[in-house]
Structures are given as structure tokens and as C-alpha cells.
Ligand binder design. Structure first.
Ligand code: GDP
Length: 442
């Protein structure tokens, strides 16, 4: 996401940071670049104009001019304003209602509502330990009801039954009643969407909203729609008084404009972003982190959170105990670390969040192909060999290379890396790089 915008803006950051002095001409160049970058990213024109005006004002202000490193100071201003533009801080879901906390999902057809209901339900159940009920009020598309039912089943979440013969409000009220009787904490209500905004649909969702009086009314919108996303958000906001927005498909080639202008235009916070088709692909939206990412300064905090979410606590603890007891770090442990990288969506996803200068160098050292190869090599070893890598002499290495479709040289390379990591582990006696990263946060 944001590739072009990020490339252009991190270019501006590089130039400004490199300049000891700010002159009228390099400020002008930077402002022009920022303007073009935002327009290309499909940010709404009035938003671009206001943004560039604010930066211009600040560039001439005391904070920048009076600074010892004005270039850096201006980069700081751009970062701050970008963060502000996207809402400033992460706005959490409000679940503080008498249970069930009702969350109404609104949006056009294909925006990703049903998928997002599944993602949110999973998140609330796993991360917040909530008892969640979902229900579909889309009485026009039996397939939509079926889709939610299947999704909920795969997540082991209860889905309140509904059918196309019923009225949306009747379904919703019955679901609320059921949720109360069975002590559900949260009720997620999926609704019908149309391909475009139409009066009938708006009236229907307005009625549902009035009947349910939800604590959250979230507008789900496809980020790839660009400026159109902002227009639809505005129309829904005028009708429904939204409490938040979820931008989906941020993993696609969304230019990012919607993320930048939607807050400004609707005044409503982006609470989450959808970053994959999979149920795990939902992230809380942090404007500050997103701004740093766009400016090529990386998003280490999100990466750490992801690591925390993906590391198997039990495994990490076991490993730590083992190393502490002097039992050493063997090739099984080494393989587990590669697998954890894979669980996080591979190196591509990880690199995406690292600052540009580090990410540029990293692919030469480590990439997905290498991870797969290393796992294959370790898989071709016997369990004794994995526990005692010293056994690996020439003939065994040849057998392993053959078994894994690699060469003896590649087997040697893996063993060398293993040796290095093993040394490092002894030094830290922690639980591998992931454990080190976990500690880093505290
Ligand atoms: P609805 O009509 O609003 O309920 O939309 P759906 O939930 O059926 O989603 C429409 C399509 O968008 C499906 O193919 C989803 O898999 C896809 N989709 C939803 N969210 C995301 C996302 O964050 N990333 C990607 N890549 N696809 C998504």
C-alpha cells in the first residue's frame, strides 16, 4: 500500500534531511513534490490544498527556521501534520454499552462488510475474550447470509439464523433478544449493500440504526475506490451519524488517498484497516505509525505487535528454558524461527514495515525463498541430526542436499547461519530474535 506516495514523500524527506539550510527554493520544491504526491495518491483536492498551506506556514515559522537542523524540523512538521490529517491517534472500538454492545456495519456491496464482520468477531473473541454473536440482515442476497454463516462456523462463532423471508428489523431485534438471553458481550450486525447509494437502501439502514441504537456504526469502505470512497463515506455519514470507518483492501494497489482524506472530510476516525482477504487481515489504524510508514521511516511498533501476536508463547518459553539450562539451541529450534517468519506473512510483509534504508538491504540477506529452502534442508535431516548438528559430516550432507533438492554448499551455508545464531543465543540466553524483539517493547 502507498507505494508511490511513499516513494515520493520519502524522496522529499531524504532531500530535506540532507539539506543543512532551508532556502526559499528548496522549500518550494519540497512543497511542490508533496502536492503532486498527494494528488497522485488521489487525496481530495481541498484536503491537499489545506495540507500544503499548513506545511508552508510552518516552514516559515519559528519552530523550523529557528531550529539548528531546519530540514529535519520540516520533516518533523510533515510527519506531525500527516498524523493529524489521519486523526492523530488510534480510536478504539467503544464497547461500553449494556451488553450486548451492538456494532452495525454499513457500506456498499463488495466493500468487504461480511469479511470484516468475520475479522472483527475473531479479533474480539481472541484478543478481548468477548462472547460474540453475528447476524446477517441482508435479506436480498441469500448468498450473503450463507457467506456469514460459513465464515462464523469456521471461526467457531455463533451466527444468529436469518432468512430472506424476514424483515431486516425483525431479524435484528430477534438477534438482540437472543444475545441478551444468552449473555453475549457483542452483537455484530451485517447489512445489505447496493452497488451504488440508493434511497431505499439508505432508508432501510436508517430504520435499522434507529431500531438498534448501536454503540458503534462502522462504515466499511474499499480503499481502492479512492476519491469515491470519500464521497460515499460522506453520504453514509450524513444519513447515519457514523462512529467510525474501516478501510478495506489496503493490501491492494490502493493509492492511499482515502486513508488520508476520509477523516478530514467526514470528521470520523478510521478505526481499522483491512490488509488481506484472510480473517487475520485486520489491523487497528494508528495515524502516527501510518505517517511514519508513508514517509519511509518504518513502522516498527506494528511489526513488534505482529510478532507478539504470532509467536507461540509456550514455544518461546520452552526455548528460553532450554537455552538457560545450557541445553543449547538445536536445528529444530532454528526451523521454528523460520516458520514463525512465514506465519507473519513472509519477509515481504515484514520488510514493508521496516524503515526504507534497512528494508533495501535486507532482501540480499534473507528472503522467502531462502526461508523455504532452509526449512526443506532441516526437514531432510534425521531427528538425531537436528539435535546434534555435529554429526553432519560430508556423506550426511550429501544425502541431505539430495533429499532437499539443494547443494552441499547450501547445506553448509545453513549450518554456518545456524552456528552464528546459536552463538548469539548463548549470549542473550533469551528466546531468539523474536523474544529479543518482545523484550525491546518493555
Ligand atoms: P460485502 O459485499 O461488503 O459483504 O463484501 P465481502 O465481505 O463479500 O467482500 C468482497 C470481496 O472483497 C471478497 O472477495 C473479499 O475477500 C474481499 N476483501 C474484503 N476485505 C478485504 C481486504 O482487506 N483485502 C483484500 N485483498 N480483499 C478483501
Amino acid at each position: 500500500m502507498f507505494e508511490n506516495l511513499s516513494a515520493r514523500l520519502s524522496g522529499v524527506v531524504k532531500t530535506l534531511s540532507g539539506n543543512a539550510r532551508l532556502t526559499e527554493s528548496n522549500i518550494k520544491d519540497a512543497l511542490r513534490e508533496i502536492r503532486i504526491a498527494l494528488l497522485e495518491a488521489d487525496v481530495a483536492l481541498p484536503v491537499v490544498k489545506q495540507f500544503v498551506d499548513t506545511i508552508r506556514e510552518e516552514a516559515l515559522g519559528e519552530k523550523v527556521v529557528g531550529s539548528l537542523t531546519p530540514g529535519q524540523a520540516l520533516v518533523g512538521v510533515v510527519n506531525d501534520k500527516l498524523t493529524e490529517l489521519m486523526g492523530g491517534f488510534n480510536d478504539k472500538l467503544n464497547l461500553s454499552a449494556v451488553p450486548p454492545a451492538i456494532i452495525l456495519m454499513a457500506g456498499l456491496q463488495g466493500a468487504g462488510k461480511t469479511t470484516t464482520v468475520g475479522k472483527l468477531a475473531k479479533r474480539l473473541k481472541e484478543a478481548e475474550k468477548k462472547k460474540v454473536l453475528v447476524v446477517s440482515c441482508d435479506v436480498y442476497r441469500p448468498a450473503a447470509i450463507e457467506q456469514l454463516k460459513t465464515l462464523a462456523k469456521s471461526l467457531d462463532i455463533e451466527c444468529f439464523p436469518s432468512s430472506v423471508e424476514e424483515k431486516p428489523e425483525a431479524i435484528a431485534l430477534a438477534a438482540v433478544d437472543y444475545a441478551k438471553k444468552h449473555y453475549f458481550d457483542v452483537l455484530l450486525v451485517d447489512t445489505a449493500g447496493r452497488l451504488t447509494i440508493d434511497e431505499y437502501m439508505m432508508q432501510e439502514i436508517k430504520n435499522l440504526h434507529q431500531t438498534l441504537n448501536p454503540v458503534e456504526t462502522l462504515f466499511v469502505v474499499d480503499a481502492m475506490l479512492g476519491q469515491d470512497a470519500v464521497n460515499t463515506a460522506k453520504a453514509f455519514n450524513d444519513t447515519l451519524n457514523l462512529t467510525g470507518v474501516i478501510l478495506t483492501k489496503m493490501d491492494g494497489d490502493a493509492r492511499g488517498g482515502a486513508a488520508l482524506s476520509i477523516r478530514q472530510v467526514t470528521g470520523k476516525p478510521i478505526k481499522f484497516i483491512g490488509v488481506s482477504e484472510k480473517v487475520a487481515g485486520l489491523e487497528p489504524f494508528y495515524p502516527d505509525r501510518m505517517a511514519s510508514r508513508i514517509l519511509g521511516m518504518g513502522d516498527i511498533l506494528s511489526l513488534i505487535e505482529e510478532v507478539q501476536g504470532n509467536v507461540d508463547e509456550v514455544e518461546a518459553k520452552k526455548l528460553m528454558e532450554k537455552v538457560k539450562k545450557g541445553k543449547g539451541f538445536d536445528l529444530n529450534d532454528f526451523k521454528m524461527q523460520f516458520e514463525q517468519m512465514n506465519n507473519m506473512g513472509g519477509m515481504g510483509k515484514i520488510l514493508d514495515k521496516l524503515p526504507g534504508n534497512i528494508a533495501e538491504k535486507a532482501p540480499q540477506v534473507i528472503n522467502d525463498k531462502m526461508i523455504k529452502k532452509n526449512v526443506a534442508i532441516i526437514d531432510s535431516m534425521t531427528s538425531e541430526e537436528r539435535r546434534k548438528p555435529d554429526l553432519l559430516k560430508a556423506s550426511r550432507k550429501r544425502r541431505i542436499a539430495l533429499g532437499s533438492g539443494t547443494s552441499v554448499q547450501e547445506v553448509n551455508q545453513l549450518l554456518k547461519q545456524y552456528e552464528q545464531v546459536s552463538q548469539m543465543m548463548k549470549k542473550f540466553s533469551g528466546g531468539g530474535i523474536f523474544k529479543m524483539m518482545k523484550n525491546f517493547k518493555h
